[in-house]
Unconditional design. Sequence first.
Length: 117
Amino acid sequence: MFKKILIIILIIIVVGCFYYIQPFKSMSTNTANGKIQYNQNCLSCHGKKGLGDGPLAASLSKRPKNINKKFKDIWKPDNRLTRQILLGKPKSGMPAFKGVLSESDAEDIIAYVRTIK
Ligand code: HEC
């Protein structure tokens, strides 16, 4: 009885980790599309490397996030990052990209930014 419960708990933990980290997600992303979408939609504020130093950055009341650093943080799950991109933070100058970008475009952008040195 105790063993069975232990096995069930173990399964829940493993499935939970896969859901949270999504280790196979990167196999289906398209960094070439990510680069095009990034340069078109994000570079003006977040800068060429995502450091938050794009040409429009100085004119904003809030400094764009350093997404180069943020996207490489292993404690930030991809689905949370895509949500942040699609919903934005309209009050502080980060536009919502829902309707402009699809969820898979957002995933491609994240994958592309991770390849920038
Ligand atoms: C008009 C300028 C502008 C554009 C264009 C822009 N951003 Fe932002 N972004 C910002 C600003 C300003 C912040 C900081 C908001 C804050 O700290 O409250 C930000 C914050 C973020 C954050 C952190 C959001 C959070 O909830 O903490 C992410 C992720 C992000 N941007 C990704 C992107 C991506 C990806 C694109 C392109 C699809 C993009 N941004 C385009 C200005 C911009």
